[in-house]
Ligand binder design. Structure first.
Ligand code: UT7
Length: 349
């Protein structure tokens, strides 16, 4: 059974740089609070009208496809991970198919938030290993800026997130000892409401002890989205940051070690860990817990913030472009986020 390898990788971040101090024009915050708690110095925000999650994804995909030495017409399947799609439906995969004038290939959208890219990669990996497809485009992209509360009310969430996209082309390997060795996927829905965007949705407060929208007065046609939801700022994401932090620092090391153990390796064998860029403090905690050297961990959250499904492919791309990942290196990708879901992939570059 052939393993799958990353044959090409690309990233795209919008031009607009927004520093911590720039955020002050919208909210009461300060640079030192953001840097001390998260490590973030600046993030990129997409153009308000000219860029979407899909347009950014397409830019990243073009680079990945070119670097794989193929054309868009050679792609035989698309897997797209995002929590900020252009449309509620259809998903972004079909928009990529259209934008890149691909053949009428399958396009699958994945909704696993910060772990989304790794879930997408794992699905693609199975299709390659089974022999069903030969060139799969796997994308993680987000335009968070479209749906964040940039007032002081939403500052505990909005300062963290940034926009961008990353993409890879997966192909079967011809070489021995190269490619994705294993992927590991987990979830714990017990904490689904701790980091979530409840509205618009079909929940009708069903899962909540404290209602998150007013449905009592709503007519049937107003259940999805109402003026009250807008007036009460109920259309923005909710995050219990400290609760997420506590779980993340347990599950990140666990899933990294799981991938190493499964393949007979230890942390000393690891050349590079690419953690989901959630918070620099989380990455530092994981590094300390696993006793990894600085050169074994890559972080770029300082420049881009947390780009959710895009963060792992953007970080992987930048680490590779900066010469920090070379052929034969043992690389671990790991993520944790809303759901909760968490995941890892171990690969030989
Ligand atoms: O990838 C998705 C997964 N998400 C994560 O991994 C997030 C994990 N959690 C975190 O990264 C951290 O919990 C945060 C960075 C979100 C928050 O840091 P914290 O140290 O947990 O702060 P906190 O939420 O406990 O808030 C502490 C204080 C509060 O003020 P009071 O109540 O102590 O007076 C907040 O109102 O900081 C205040 N605060 C801010 N102050 C300035 C919250 N946001 C801001 C802000 N600027 N942007």
């Amino acid at each position: 059974m052939p393993l799958s390898k990353i044959a090409g990788i690309g990233m795209y971040v919008p031009e607009q740089v927004v520093t911590n101090n720039d955020l002050k024009k919208w909210m009461d915050t300060d640079d030192s609070w953001i840097q001390e708690r998260t490590g973030i110095k600046e993030r990129r925000l997409a153009h308000r009208t000219e860029e979407t999650t899909t347009t950014m994804a397409v830019e990243a995909a073009k680079i990945a496809i070119e670097r794989a030495g193929i054309t868009a017409q050679d792609i035989d399947f698309i897997v797209f991970a995002t929590l900020s799609p252009d449309y509620y439906f259809p998903g972004c995969g079909v928009l990529v198919q259209r934008a890149l004038q691909m053949k009428e290939v399958g396009a699958l959208d994945v909704r696993n938030q910060c772990s989304g890219f790794l879930y997408a990669l794992s699905v693609a990996d199975q299709f390659i290993k089974s022999g069903m497809y030969k060139n799969i485009l796997v994308i993680g992209a987000e335009k968070h800026s479209m749906g964040m509360d940039y007032s002081t009310r939403g500052r505990n969430v909005s300062v963290i997130f940034g926009d961008g996209a990353g993409a890879v082309v997966l192909q079967p390997t011809e070489k021995e000892n190269q490619g994705i060795l294993s992927t590991h996927l987990h979830s714990d829905g017990g904490s689904a409401e701790i980091l979530a965007q409840y509205n618009p949705g079909s929940h009708a407060n069903h899962w909540m002890e404290t209602p998150v929208a007013d449905f009592e007065e709503a007519e049937v046609g107003e259940m999805f989205m109402s003026h009250a939801m807008i007036d009460k700022a109920q259309l923005f994401p909710f995050m219990d940051g400290p609760a997420v932090f506590k779980k993340a620092i347990v599950k990140f090391p666990e899933v990294i070690v799981e991938s190493l153990t499964k393949n007979g390796y230890t942390t000393e064998d690891l050349n590079m860990l690419i953690p989901h860029q959630a918070n620099l403090r989380i990455s530092q905690f994981v590094q300390q817990k696993l006793k990894l050297r600085d050169d074994q961990v890559f972080n770029n959250i300082m420049s881009y913030g947390n780009t959710t499904a895009a963060s792992v492919p953007i970080a992987l791309c930048e680490a590779w472009q900066n010469g920090k990942i070379k052929e034969g290196d043992l690389v671990c990708l790991a993520a944790f986020g809303s759901g909760f879901t968490w995941a890892s992939a171990l690969l030989k570059w």
